[in-house]
Design a protein around this ligand. Structure first.
Ligand code: 3PY
Ligand code: ZN
Length: 617
């Protein structure tokens, strides 16, 4: 503040009067440390009073668990060096030729999406990124972006997802960063215009994204084509295109999701010009014998490398990975063991241990893989409030087919609706909703459609057979109507008739993908990141910008403080930028007044700062 005053030409000319400050309110809002301190305190006082995540159950400092490494040393060469040297087409060709089995580490994205409601903050990813790049540079990639991370960053973490990408890129220059892209739905739940997909892919690649795993929630290749074309147009990034796996192809009674179905789908995918073919087993339904059959057939039929992704929901997926490796799969996904298992990916250390000394090792050093586990174990404890509550594997997934990321989410939603002790009813209804909607591939957003219908039917106490006969008697969620109107594309088994026509009776299908205005087009050119945030998630982006304005950059706060606030009477030191530290404390919380406001006595570098907070209870 003082610097601003002293630099002001009027002040320097000696002409400042008592109205000087009144006329220059911006000086008071300058980003001085004291101002930033007050903003942080405003946030902390609120969280301390309202405890949105309950009380802290740990004060572990995960960073103390990191192996000691000299991060000033340059990173060793890694897989990304090869990608940059030879380009995506040759990179993919070489992947197919390799005898070892390179691994994608999903800990930075899918693992926490599937275990901890995607709540991992950039700060906790960044703290270990330099270690990952030094200890496991042989990884094919680190999946670190996309899926639900974009939405959750804006909605719950007060973070800009693009900042995460840039920071991770800088911290991990030698390993490809991979993302999950939902075809025309990009990182959202409904389709966006092609222009948005193009801008999204271009900006992500420009920000250092190397491998785009693209899928469509109905396996409708036409819905993926714009994204694939945008990735191919970058010339630098790999287009990995996924077939989403469901059902059981080894079952002689399977009529829809047969080997033949997957081979026809793969042919369409190969025709898009994809560099890599992925098998995306989002629910963990791919049994070992089916993996052997599918991988063998895909590799016999096509020249592309095959990359296998699965979830360990029923507990047997290390067996599936080994069967796939035996059948020649070119790459697989796993997560750090502290973040593996159940709805997440199989354990990386188990995979390394099972393949070391064989003809097809992962190339990773097992000691280095172990070395990162204590850190993730501690981080996971910090995020305990977001654990899904699935304590062990469940074989019921073979029946309800709920994807890993959704299974954890749905359990939380059920609890919020007071249906927590009736989760089996929701599983049963999910299976019934899937059947009514035509036996779908279930993955975001088609899985959300099925889940929304299941929750609505359980909530209404509906008999699924009656709903199927008389859908107009019931409130039908918007996502279900959108799906039935064809918003997400065409389902593999065709439309469920006469249910669909009955459910849509009297509705006028409104076009949902609207073209961009010329202002939006121009904004995408001039400020792509901000504009993409606004186009993809208008509400959360508005809230995020308002929160940034009010609280400043919350990434400086430790996660325990971010989630739970401050322990009363204990001073908390925060580094707001290199070398600039503040001491923050909450000393006492006053009673709520008639309007529900409490005065929280705080200190900033030892000076009293009363902060008024609304008690939300
Ligand atoms: C996502 O779309 O976020 C998924 O993880 C789907 O499996
Ligand atoms: Zn997944």
């Amino acid at each position: 503040f003082l610097e601003g005053v002293l630099a002001d030409p009027v002040f320097q000319a000696g002409e400042a009067t008592t109205s000087f400050i009144d006329e220059r309110p911006e000086l008071l809002h300058a980003r001085t440390p004291a101002d930033r301190g007050t903003k942080l305190l405003t946030y902390l006082a609120d969280v301390t009073v309202n405890q949105p995540n309950g009380p802290a159950t740990t004060h572990l400092r995960p960073r103390t668990k990191l192996p000691e490494l000299d991060l000033a040393q340059p990173v060793p060469p890694g897989t990304r060096d090869l990608l940059q040297r030879v380009g995506p087409a040759e990179f993919a060709r070489q992947l197919r030729e390799r005898t070892d089995v390179p691994v994608t580490d999903t800990t930075f994205r899918d693992a926490h999406q599937s275990l901890l409601a995607t709540r991992m903050r950039t700060r906790d990813l960044l703290a270990v990124a330099g270690h990952v790049s030094r200890l496991t540079p042989q990884l094919l990639s680190v999946e670190a972006w996309g899926g639900a991370t974009y939405d959750v960053a804006l909605r719950f973490l007060s973070e800009d997802p693009w900042e995460r990408l840039s920071l991770l890129r800088e911290a991990m220059p030698n390993i490809p960063i991979q993302m999950l892209l939902r075809g025309r739905n990009t990182v959202g739940y409904t389709p966006y215009p092609t222009r948005v997909t193009d801008a999204f892919v271009t900006e992500a690649a420009r920000s250092g994204l190397d491998i785009f795993r693209i899928f469509d929630s109905l396996n409708d290749v036409s819905q993926m084509r714009p994204a694939v074309e945008a990735v191919l147009a970058t010339d630098t990034a790999v287009a990995e295109v996924a077939l989403c796996y469901t059902g059981n192809l080894s079952d002689p009674g399977e009529r829809l999701y047969t080997l033949d179905y997957y081979l026809r789908l793969a042919e369409e995918i190969v025709d898009t010009g994809a560099h890599v073919l992925a098998i995306k087993d989002m629910a963990g339904l791919l049994r070992a014998p089916a993996a052997r059959t599918l991988v063998t057939a895909l590799r016999e039929r096509f020249d592309l490398p095959v990359h296998l992704h699965t979830h360990d929901t029923a507990g047997g997926q290390i067996g599936t990975l080994l069967a796939a490796i035996d059948a020649g799969v070119d790459a697989v996904d796993a997560a750090c063991s502290a973040m593996a298992g159940t709805t997440s990916q199989p354990s990386l250390s188990a995979l390394v241990a099972a393949t070391d000394g064989t003809e097809r090792p992962t190339g990773l050093d097992i000691d280095n893989v172990f070395a990162l586990e204590p850190y993730w174990e501690a981080v996971r404890q910090v995020y305990a409030p977001f654990e899904s509550g699935l304590p062990s594997p469940t074989g019921r997934v073979y029946f309800h087919e709920i994807p890993g990321g959704q299974l954890s989410n749905l359990r939380q939603q059920a609890i919020a609706l007071g249906l927590g002790d009736r989760f089996e009813d929701i599983e049963d209804m999910y299976a019934a909703a899937n059947r009514i909607l035509g036996n779908l591939v279930k993955v975001t957003p088609s899985s959300k459609v099925v889940g929304d219908l299941a929750l609505a039917l359980v909530g209404a106490g509906a008999d699924p057979a009656d709903f199927e006969q008389n859908p107009t008697k019931y409130d039908i969620p918007d996502s279900v109507i959108g799906f039935l109107e064809g918003e997400l594309g065409d389902p593999p088994g065709g439309w469920p008739e006469p249910f669909r026509s009955k459910a849509l009776e009297g509705r006028t299908g409104k076009p949902r993908v609207t073209d961009l205005t010329s202002e939006q087009e121009a904004a995408l050119e001039s400020s792509p990141r901000e504009t993409l945030n606004e186009l993809l998630f208008p509400g959360p982006t508005k809230d995020f910008l308002a929160a940034r304005d009010r609280h400043g950059d919350l990434s400086v706060l430790g996660t325990v403080e971010f989630l739970h606030g401050l322990e009363q009477g204990r001073e908390y030191e925060v580094e707001i930028e290199a070398g600039k530290r503040l001491l923050l404390a909450v000393t006492s919380v006053g009673d709520a007044d008639a309007k529900g406001m409490r005065t929280v006595m705080c200190t900033l570098n030892g000076q009293f700062r009363p902060i008024t907070v609304r008690d939300e209870s």
